[in-house]
Design a protein around this ligand. Structure first.
Ligand SMILES: NC(=O)c1ccc[n+]([C@@H]2O[C@H](COP(=O)([O-])OP(=O)(O)OC[C@H]3O[C@@H](n4cnc5c(N)ncnc54)[C@H](OP(=O)(O)O)[C@@H]3O)[C@@H](O)[C@H]2O)c1
Length: 210
């Protein structure tokens, strides 16, 4: 598949690593061209046959687009890409207020549903918010494949993202509609809060065993 990633940070690197490992083509949408080129070089080292390109932010994206920016930037991303109309938008964000270390959406609501309101003509899929960047780069934790929890109101979009996850060496787990994303975001927050306590250096994973 051809996949766009908006951003050049930790998650762009982690998800990009998994995608090129699975033989997918990646287009990096970079605000900073130098960072985009650096990430492209890194991904090509992961798989030297992978097709990786760098384009400026705002360039028309592939059908599947992973928005690897902070949650607060989704409004700007919407403006930069004319709402990403018709695209399968993968919302990986953890909508956390880092002053209070609480979720930003009201109780019972999810950031993903807010993203779907902002990008109202896109097909929004929540995924990857519980998979930490370092574990995506490594591709496994304690020898086990990563679980990627997926929620969406659009079954076709969800199936495409599930296939992408599977062919990139991870296990897609369908948790239901976009309203279920609030549980995934809660999990995401808890995983951040307990990092010091468990001491795995941000290399933990949420996974169902058995
Ligand atoms: N890190 C994790 O382990 C982890 C795990 C699960 C989910 N997440 C979520 O994944 C998202 C990205 O996290 P991260 O750790 O990768 O953050 P990061 O390293 O800070 O990277 C954020 C990227 O977004 C880019 N960006 C910011 N505003 C933009 C805009 N308006 N248009 C285009 N690009 C923009 C930044 O570009 P510049 O560098 O040019 O500013 C940067 O490349 C967050 O929502 C986070 O909650 C992170």
């Amino acid at each position: 598949m051809n996949v766009s990633i908006i951003g050049t940070g930790n998650m762009a690197k982690g998800i990009g690593t998994r995608l090129v490992s699975g033989g997918h083509s990646v287009t990096i949408h970079a605000q900073d061209e130098a960072k985009g080129k650096e990430l492209a070089e890194l991904l090509k080292k992961v798989n030297n046959t992978a097709v990786v390109s760098v384009v400026p932010v705002g360039t028309d994206s592939d059908e599947i687009v992973i928005v690897a920016t902070p949650y607060a930037e989704i409004v700007n991303v919407g403006k930069e890409y004319n709402g990403l109309t018709g695209k399968v938008v993968v919302d990986i964000t953890n909508p956390v207020d880092f002053n209070t270390f609480q979720l930003i959406p009201e109780a019972g609501q999810s950031g993903a549903q807010e993203v779907a309101k902002i990008l109202s003509e896109a097909n929004v899929v929540k995924a990857f918010n519980t998979t930490l960047a370092g574990t995506l780069e490594a591709g496994e934790v304690e020898g086990k494949e990563l679980d990627v929890f997926i929620a969406s109101d659009d079954d076709e979009a969800k199936a495409k993202v599930s296939e992408l996850v599977k062919t990139s060496g991870m296990r897609p787990v369908d948790v239901g509609t976009l309203s279920e994303a609030r549980h995934l975001e809660g999990f995401g927050l808890i995983q951040m809060k307990i990092q010091d306590q468990i001491g795995t250096g941000w290399m933990s994973a949420l996974k169902f065993l058995g």
